[in-house]
Design a binder for this molecule. Sequence first.
Ligand SMILES: [Zn+2]
Ligand SMILES: [Zn+2]
Length: 421
Amino acid sequence: MGGSTRPDASADKDRSGPPTLVVWDAELVHYDFGRTHPLHPVRLELTMDLAMRAGVLNGPDVIVRPAGLASDELIELVHDPAYVQAVRHLPESATRRLAVAFGLGTPDNPVFASMHEAAARVTGATLAATQAVWTRQYGHGVSLAGGLHHAMRRAASGFCIYNDPAVAIAWLLGNGASRVAYVDVDVHHGDGVQAAFYDDPRVLTISLHQSGRTLFPGTGFPEESGVGEATGTSVNVALPPSTGDEGWLRAFSGVVPVLLREFRPEILITQNGCDTHYLDPLADLTLSVEGQRASYQALHDLAHEVCAGRWVACGGGGYALASVVPRAWTHLLAVACHMPLDCSRPVPDDWRRAAAERVRDATGSTAGDDLPPGRFGDGADIGFHTWDAGEGDPDDPLDRAVAATRREILPLHGLDPLGDR
Ligand SMILES: [Zn+2]
Ligand SMILES: [Zn+2]
Protein backbone atom coordinates (compact mmCIF):
# COMPACT_ATOMS: atom_id res chain seq x y z
CA MET A 1 0.00 0.00 0.00
CA GLY A 2 1.04 3.58 -0.38
CA GLY A 3 -0.37 7.04 -0.56
CA SER A 4 -1.34 8.69 -3.78
CA THR A 5 1.30 11.31 -4.31
CA ARG A 6 1.35 14.37 -6.47
CA PRO A 7 4.79 15.94 -6.56
CA ASP A 8 4.95 19.45 -5.22
CA ALA A 9 4.89 21.86 -8.11
CA SER A 10 6.97 24.57 -6.56
CA ALA A 11 9.56 23.47 -4.05
CA ASP A 12 11.31 26.81 -4.08
CA LYS A 13 13.66 25.93 -1.31
CA ASP A 14 16.51 28.26 -2.05
CA ARG A 15 15.44 31.33 -3.92
CA SER A 16 17.88 33.25 -1.78
CA GLY A 17 20.74 30.78 -2.28
CA PRO A 18 23.54 30.94 -4.83
CA PRO A 19 22.54 31.42 -8.49
CA THR A 20 22.16 28.68 -11.11
CA LEU A 21 24.70 28.36 -13.91
CA VAL A 22 23.44 27.29 -17.33
CA VAL A 23 26.39 26.51 -19.57
CA TRP A 24 25.47 27.33 -23.13
CA ASP A 25 27.19 28.47 -26.25
CA ALA A 26 25.96 28.31 -29.86
CA GLU A 27 29.18 26.43 -30.72
CA LEU A 28 27.81 23.40 -28.87
CA VAL A 29 25.58 22.61 -31.87
CA HIS A 30 28.67 21.49 -33.80
CA TYR A 31 28.39 18.13 -32.06
CA ASP A 32 26.57 16.99 -35.17
CA PHE A 33 26.56 13.57 -36.82
CA GLY A 34 24.64 14.83 -39.85
CA ARG A 35 21.18 15.70 -41.13
CA THR A 36 19.62 12.27 -40.87
CA HIS A 37 21.17 11.20 -37.55
CA PRO A 38 18.69 10.97 -34.64
CA LEU A 39 20.85 13.03 -32.24
CA HIS A 40 20.31 16.27 -34.13
CA PRO A 41 21.62 19.41 -32.41
CA VAL A 42 18.59 21.39 -33.56
CA ARG A 43 16.93 20.05 -30.38
CA LEU A 44 19.33 22.10 -28.22
CA GLU A 45 18.85 25.25 -30.23
CA LEU A 46 15.06 24.89 -30.02
CA THR A 47 15.21 24.21 -26.27
CA MET A 48 17.27 27.30 -25.50
CA ASP A 49 14.98 29.39 -27.67
CA LEU A 50 11.83 28.10 -25.97
CA ALA A 51 13.32 28.50 -22.47
CA MET A 52 14.31 32.06 -23.30
CA ARG A 53 10.83 32.86 -24.55
CA ALA A 54 9.30 31.28 -21.46
CA GLY A 55 11.37 33.67 -19.33
CA VAL A 56 13.20 30.84 -17.58
CA LEU A 57 16.66 32.16 -18.38
CA ASN A 58 15.97 35.81 -17.62
CA GLY A 59 15.58 35.48 -13.87
CA PRO A 60 17.83 37.35 -11.45
CA ASP A 61 19.42 34.15 -10.15
CA VAL A 62 20.41 32.62 -13.48
CA ILE A 63 23.67 33.08 -15.33
CA VAL A 64 24.04 31.73 -18.87
CA ARG A 65 27.60 31.55 -20.07
CA PRO A 66 29.84 29.52 -22.39
CA ALA A 67 32.76 27.31 -21.41
CA GLY A 68 35.88 26.24 -23.26
CA LEU A 69 37.04 22.85 -24.47
CA ALA A 70 38.05 20.22 -21.91
CA SER A 71 41.80 19.58 -22.08
CA ASP A 72 43.21 16.21 -23.16
CA GLU A 73 44.51 15.77 -19.64
CA LEU A 74 40.99 15.97 -18.22
CA ILE A 75 39.39 13.85 -20.96
CA GLU A 76 42.09 11.23 -20.31
CA LEU A 77 40.90 10.89 -16.71
CA VAL A 78 38.39 8.43 -18.20
CA HIS A 79 39.49 7.85 -21.80
CA ASP A 80 42.53 6.08 -23.22
CA PRO A 81 45.03 8.56 -24.78
CA ALA A 82 45.14 6.43 -27.96
CA TYR A 83 41.37 6.83 -28.31
CA VAL A 84 41.57 10.61 -27.83
CA GLN A 85 44.26 10.78 -30.53
CA ALA A 86 42.09 8.70 -32.86
CA VAL A 87 39.09 11.00 -32.31
CA ARG A 88 41.32 14.00 -33.04
CA HIS A 89 42.92 12.68 -36.23
CA LEU A 90 40.32 10.40 -37.83
CA PRO A 91 38.39 13.12 -39.67
CA GLU A 92 41.49 13.92 -41.79
CA SER A 93 43.05 10.49 -42.08
CA ALA A 94 40.04 8.23 -41.91
CA THR A 95 41.11 4.66 -42.24
CA ARG A 96 37.93 2.77 -41.75
CA ARG A 97 39.50 -0.14 -39.91
CA LEU A 98 41.06 2.11 -37.29
CA ALA A 99 37.80 4.00 -36.86
CA VAL A 100 35.76 0.88 -36.28
CA ALA A 101 38.22 -0.38 -33.68
CA PHE A 102 37.28 2.71 -31.66
CA GLY A 103 33.53 2.44 -32.25
CA LEU A 104 33.62 5.23 -34.83
CA GLY A 105 32.70 5.28 -38.52
CA THR A 106 29.53 3.31 -37.80
CA PRO A 107 25.94 4.37 -38.53
CA ASP A 108 25.50 5.28 -34.83
CA ASN A 109 28.80 7.13 -34.50
CA PRO A 110 29.90 8.45 -37.90
CA VAL A 111 33.16 10.38 -38.17
CA PHE A 112 32.65 14.11 -38.72
CA ALA A 113 34.92 17.14 -39.16
CA SER A 114 36.40 18.56 -35.93
CA MET A 115 34.67 15.94 -33.84
CA HIS A 116 37.34 16.07 -31.15
CA GLU A 117 36.75 19.79 -30.68
CA ALA A 118 32.97 19.35 -30.69
CA ALA A 119 33.06 16.53 -28.13
CA ALA A 120 35.67 18.28 -25.98
CA ARG A 121 33.42 21.36 -25.91
CA VAL A 122 30.51 19.27 -24.61
CA THR A 123 32.79 17.82 -21.93
CA GLY A 124 34.05 21.31 -21.14
CA ALA A 125 30.47 22.49 -20.60
CA THR A 126 29.67 19.73 -18.10
CA LEU A 127 33.01 20.26 -16.36
CA ALA A 128 32.37 23.99 -16.02
CA ALA A 129 28.92 23.36 -14.52
CA THR A 130 30.41 20.80 -12.12
CA GLN A 131 33.32 22.98 -11.05
CA ALA A 132 31.01 25.93 -10.45
CA VAL A 133 28.77 23.85 -8.19
CA TRP A 134 31.60 22.08 -6.39
CA THR A 135 33.29 25.38 -5.49
CA ARG A 136 29.91 26.75 -4.33
CA GLN A 137 29.98 29.72 -6.70
CA TYR A 138 26.69 28.37 -8.00
CA GLY A 139 23.97 26.28 -6.39
CA HIS A 140 22.93 24.27 -9.43
CA GLY A 141 24.57 23.80 -12.82
CA VAL A 142 22.99 22.74 -16.11
CA SER A 143 24.73 21.31 -19.18
CA LEU A 144 22.05 20.39 -21.69
CA ALA A 145 24.54 19.41 -24.40
CA GLY A 146 26.09 16.94 -21.96
CA GLY A 147 24.97 13.56 -20.70
CA LEU A 148 26.84 11.45 -23.29
CA HIS A 149 26.63 8.44 -21.00
CA HIS A 150 27.44 5.55 -23.35
CA ALA A 151 31.04 6.51 -24.26
CA MET A 152 33.54 3.92 -23.06
CA ARG A 153 37.22 4.15 -22.10
CA ARG A 154 38.46 3.46 -25.62
CA ALA A 155 35.33 3.49 -27.75
CA ALA A 156 32.50 5.69 -28.90
CA SER A 157 29.07 4.16 -28.40
CA GLY A 158 25.44 5.12 -28.80
CA PHE A 159 26.05 8.64 -30.25
CA CYS A 160 28.55 9.39 -27.45
CA ILE A 161 32.21 10.23 -28.12
CA TYR A 162 33.52 11.51 -24.77
CA ASN A 163 31.73 10.64 -21.55
CA ASP A 164 31.26 14.10 -20.07
CA PRO A 165 29.53 13.01 -16.83
CA ALA A 166 32.29 10.49 -16.16
CA VAL A 167 34.99 13.10 -16.78
CA ALA A 168 33.20 15.50 -14.41
CA ILE A 169 32.96 12.82 -11.72
CA ALA A 170 36.63 11.89 -12.15
CA TRP A 171 37.53 15.58 -11.81
CA LEU A 172 35.51 15.77 -8.57
CA LEU A 173 37.33 12.73 -7.14
CA GLY A 174 40.65 14.38 -7.93
CA ASN A 175 39.57 17.60 -6.26
CA GLY A 176 38.47 16.50 -2.84
CA ALA A 177 35.16 14.72 -3.35
CA SER A 178 34.83 11.35 -1.66
CA ARG A 179 31.15 10.53 -2.33
CA VAL A 180 29.57 11.37 -5.67
CA ALA A 181 26.11 10.20 -6.75
CA TYR A 182 25.06 9.89 -10.39
CA VAL A 183 21.41 9.30 -11.27
CA ASP A 184 20.52 8.55 -14.90
CA VAL A 185 16.87 8.80 -16.00
CA ASP A 186 17.51 8.40 -19.74
CA VAL A 187 15.52 5.57 -21.32
CA HIS A 188 18.82 3.78 -22.07
CA HIS A 189 21.15 2.24 -19.48
CA GLY A 190 23.94 4.60 -18.37
CA ASP A 191 26.51 1.93 -19.17
CA GLY A 192 29.57 4.10 -19.81
CA VAL A 193 29.34 5.95 -16.50
CA GLN A 194 28.67 2.68 -14.67
CA ALA A 195 31.72 1.06 -16.34
CA ALA A 196 34.00 4.01 -15.47
CA PHE A 197 33.33 3.63 -11.73
CA TYR A 198 32.31 -0.02 -11.43
CA ASP A 199 35.10 -0.72 -8.92
CA ASP A 200 35.07 2.65 -7.17
CA PRO A 201 33.13 2.78 -3.89
CA ARG A 202 33.26 6.59 -3.92
CA VAL A 203 30.75 6.77 -6.79
CA LEU A 204 27.14 5.60 -6.59
CA THR A 205 25.56 5.21 -10.04
CA ILE A 206 21.81 4.62 -10.35
CA SER A 207 20.20 4.08 -13.75
CA LEU A 208 16.49 3.64 -14.42
CA HIS A 209 15.89 2.51 -17.99
CA GLN A 210 13.92 0.32 -20.34
CA SER A 211 15.26 -3.21 -19.84
CA GLY A 212 18.28 -4.22 -21.88
CA ARG A 213 16.32 -7.24 -23.02
CA THR A 214 14.45 -4.98 -25.42
CA LEU A 215 16.69 -1.93 -25.87
CA PHE A 216 20.24 -0.74 -26.57
CA PRO A 217 22.80 -1.19 -25.03
CA GLY A 218 21.47 -4.52 -23.73
CA THR A 219 22.89 -4.11 -20.22
CA GLY A 220 21.76 -2.63 -16.91
CA PHE A 221 20.32 -5.54 -14.95
CA PRO A 222 20.03 -5.58 -11.14
CA GLU A 223 22.89 -8.09 -10.78
CA GLU A 224 25.30 -5.51 -12.22
CA SER A 225 25.99 -4.10 -8.78
CA GLY A 226 29.71 -3.24 -8.81
CA VAL A 227 32.80 -5.22 -7.78
CA GLY A 228 35.06 -5.51 -4.75
CA GLU A 229 34.61 -2.73 -2.24
CA ALA A 230 32.29 -1.05 -4.73
CA THR A 231 29.73 -3.85 -4.63
CA GLY A 232 26.35 -2.20 -4.15
CA THR A 233 27.36 1.12 -5.72
CA SER A 234 26.11 0.29 -9.22
CA VAL A 235 22.33 0.24 -9.22
CA ASN A 236 20.08 -0.69 -12.12
CA VAL A 237 16.31 -0.70 -12.50
CA ALA A 238 15.37 -2.55 -15.70
CA LEU A 239 11.86 -1.37 -16.51
CA PRO A 240 9.40 -3.28 -18.67
CA PRO A 241 8.59 -1.74 -22.06
CA SER A 242 5.59 0.60 -22.03
CA THR A 243 6.15 1.68 -18.41
CA GLY A 244 4.42 5.06 -18.06
CA ASP A 245 4.40 7.92 -15.57
CA GLU A 246 2.76 6.02 -12.77
CA GLY A 247 5.08 2.99 -12.91
CA TRP A 248 8.22 5.01 -13.57
CA LEU A 249 7.63 7.38 -10.66
CA ARG A 250 6.77 4.45 -8.41
CA ALA A 251 10.03 2.73 -9.39
CA PHE A 252 11.99 5.93 -8.72
CA SER A 253 10.36 6.26 -5.29
CA GLY A 254 11.37 2.71 -4.37
CA VAL A 255 15.03 2.98 -5.24
CA VAL A 256 16.47 6.47 -5.58
CA PRO A 257 15.56 8.30 -2.33
CA VAL A 258 16.50 5.42 -0.01
CA LEU A 259 19.91 4.96 -1.62
CA LEU A 260 20.75 8.66 -1.85
CA ARG A 261 19.83 9.10 1.82
CA GLU A 262 21.99 6.15 2.80
CA PHE A 263 24.97 7.07 0.59
CA ARG A 264 24.94 10.77 1.58
CA PRO A 265 26.72 12.13 -1.50
CA GLU A 266 28.52 15.46 -1.45
CA ILE A 267 27.18 16.28 -4.91
CA LEU A 268 24.55 14.88 -7.28
CA ILE A 269 25.11 14.61 -11.03
CA THR A 270 22.06 13.67 -13.11
CA GLN A 271 21.61 12.62 -16.72
CA ASN A 272 18.16 13.77 -17.80
CA GLY A 273 17.59 12.13 -21.16
CA CYS A 274 13.97 12.68 -22.20
CA ASP A 275 13.73 9.69 -24.55
CA THR A 276 11.37 8.08 -22.01
CA HIS A 277 8.52 10.06 -23.60
CA TYR A 278 5.70 8.27 -25.42
CA LEU A 279 6.46 10.20 -28.62
CA ASP A 280 10.14 9.28 -28.65
CA PRO A 281 10.99 7.34 -31.81
CA LEU A 282 13.85 5.23 -30.39
CA ALA A 283 12.36 3.56 -27.32
CA ASP A 284 9.18 2.17 -25.79
CA LEU A 285 8.49 3.80 -22.43
CA THR A 286 5.41 6.00 -22.29
CA LEU A 287 6.09 8.91 -19.96
CA SER A 288 4.53 12.32 -20.46
CA VAL A 289 6.23 15.66 -20.00
CA GLU A 290 4.40 15.86 -16.65
CA GLY A 291 6.12 12.65 -15.54
CA GLN A 292 9.52 13.87 -16.73
CA ARG A 293 9.01 17.19 -14.97
CA ALA A 294 8.17 15.33 -11.76
CA SER A 295 11.45 13.40 -12.05
CA TYR A 296 13.42 16.64 -12.42
CA GLN A 297 11.66 18.14 -9.42
CA ALA A 298 12.33 15.01 -7.35
CA LEU A 299 16.04 15.06 -8.24
CA HIS A 300 16.24 18.75 -7.40
CA ASP A 301 14.56 18.24 -4.05
CA LEU A 302 16.76 15.25 -3.21
CA ALA A 303 19.87 17.32 -3.96
CA HIS A 304 18.67 19.86 -1.40
CA GLU A 305 17.88 17.12 1.08
CA VAL A 306 21.07 15.06 0.82
CA CYS A 307 23.85 17.31 -0.50
CA ALA A 308 23.03 20.91 0.35
CA GLY A 309 21.60 21.52 -3.11
CA ARG A 310 24.77 20.70 -5.03
CA TRP A 311 23.23 19.51 -8.29
CA VAL A 312 24.55 19.30 -11.83
CA ALA A 313 21.91 18.41 -14.42
CA CYS A 314 23.02 17.16 -17.83
CA GLY A 315 20.90 16.52 -20.90
CA GLY A 316 21.07 13.18 -22.67
CA GLY A 317 18.90 11.36 -25.18
CA GLY A 318 15.66 12.67 -26.64
CA TYR A 319 14.80 12.27 -30.31
CA ALA A 320 11.38 13.87 -30.70
CA LEU A 321 13.28 16.98 -31.74
CA ALA A 322 10.56 19.62 -31.71
CA SER A 323 7.62 17.97 -29.96
CA VAL A 324 9.28 16.75 -26.74
CA VAL A 325 12.89 17.80 -26.08
CA PRO A 326 12.32 21.58 -25.96
CA ARG A 327 9.36 21.30 -23.59
CA ALA A 328 10.93 18.64 -21.35
CA TRP A 329 14.20 20.47 -20.95
CA THR A 330 12.59 23.88 -20.56
CA HIS A 331 11.01 22.28 -17.49
CA LEU A 332 14.42 20.98 -16.42
CA LEU A 333 15.91 24.46 -16.76
CA ALA A 334 12.91 25.96 -14.97
CA VAL A 335 13.29 23.57 -12.03
CA ALA A 336 17.03 24.24 -11.83
CA CYS A 337 16.42 27.99 -12.00
CA HIS A 338 13.67 27.89 -9.32
CA MET A 339 11.06 29.16 -11.74
CA PRO A 340 8.92 26.04 -12.23
CA LEU A 341 6.59 26.25 -15.22
CA ASP A 342 2.97 25.26 -15.11
CA CYS A 343 2.17 22.43 -17.54
CA SER A 344 -1.05 24.09 -18.63
CA ARG A 345 0.81 27.14 -19.85
CA PRO A 346 0.55 27.62 -23.64
CA VAL A 347 3.62 27.23 -25.85
CA PRO A 348 3.88 30.33 -28.07
CA ASP A 349 2.33 29.69 -31.49
CA ASP A 350 5.06 31.47 -33.39
CA TRP A 351 7.68 29.26 -31.67
CA ARG A 352 5.70 26.15 -32.63
CA ARG A 353 5.53 27.10 -36.29
CA ALA A 354 9.19 28.13 -36.40
CA ALA A 355 10.26 24.93 -34.63
CA ALA A 356 8.46 22.67 -37.10
CA GLU A 357 10.01 24.54 -40.00
CA ARG A 358 13.47 24.55 -38.43
CA VAL A 359 13.38 20.77 -37.96
CA ARG A 360 12.27 20.31 -41.57
CA ASP A 361 15.15 22.45 -42.80
CA ALA A 362 17.75 20.92 -40.51
CA THR A 363 16.88 17.27 -41.08
CA GLY A 364 15.37 17.32 -44.55
CA SER A 365 12.59 15.18 -43.14
CA THR A 366 8.90 15.79 -43.18
CA ALA A 367 8.30 13.04 -40.62
CA GLY A 368 7.02 14.59 -37.42
CA ASP A 369 6.01 17.54 -39.53
CA ASP A 370 3.15 18.42 -37.23
CA LEU A 371 3.24 21.43 -35.00
CA PRO A 372 4.67 20.73 -31.53
CA PRO A 373 1.96 20.47 -28.82
CA GLY A 374 0.35 23.71 -27.74
CA ARG A 375 1.00 23.42 -24.01
CA PHE A 376 4.05 22.86 -21.80
CA GLY A 377 2.50 19.59 -20.62
CA ASP A 378 0.67 16.71 -22.26
CA GLY A 379 -2.41 16.92 -20.05
CA ALA A 380 -1.37 13.80 -18.14
CA ASP A 381 -2.40 12.94 -14.59
CA ILE A 382 0.66 11.74 -12.70
CA GLY A 383 -0.82 10.53 -9.45
CA PHE A 384 1.08 7.40 -8.37
CA HIS A 385 1.62 5.12 -5.41
CA THR A 386 5.00 5.46 -3.76
CA TRP A 387 6.84 2.25 -2.91
CA ASP A 388 6.47 1.51 0.76
CA ALA A 389 7.21 -1.72 2.59
CA GLY A 390 7.08 -5.20 1.09
CA GLU A 391 7.61 -6.93 -2.23
CA GLY A 392 5.03 -5.01 -4.18
CA ASP A 393 2.57 -6.89 -6.35
CA PRO A 394 4.26 -10.08 -7.62
CA ASP A 395 1.89 -10.17 -10.60
CA ASP A 396 2.92 -6.73 -11.76
CA PRO A 397 6.05 -6.67 -14.00
CA LEU A 398 6.91 -3.16 -12.80
CA ASP A 399 6.77 -4.16 -9.14
CA ARG A 400 8.83 -7.26 -9.88
CA ALA A 401 11.52 -5.11 -11.54
CA VAL A 402 11.70 -2.74 -8.56
CA ALA A 403 11.71 -5.59 -6.04
CA ALA A 404 14.57 -7.30 -7.91
CA THR A 405 16.72 -4.19 -7.62
CA ARG A 406 15.85 -3.65 -3.97
CA ARG A 407 16.64 -7.30 -3.11
CA GLU A 408 19.98 -7.09 -4.91
CA ILE A 409 21.17 -3.74 -3.58
CA LEU A 410 19.56 -2.74 -0.28
CA PRO A 411 21.13 -5.54 1.84
CA LEU A 412 24.57 -4.45 0.57
CA HIS A 413 23.90 -1.14 2.33
CA GLY A 414 22.57 -2.78 5.49
CA LEU A 415 18.99 -1.94 4.49
CA ASP A 416 15.97 -4.21 4.50
CA PRO A 417 14.57 -4.69 0.97
CA LEU A 418 11.15 -5.35 2.50
CA GLY A 419 11.34 -2.35 4.77
CA ASP A 420 9.81 1.03 4.38
CA ARG A 421 11.65 3.67 2.44
ZN1 LIG B 1 17.35 24.48 -5.75
ZN1 LIG C 1 18.88 7.47 -24.38
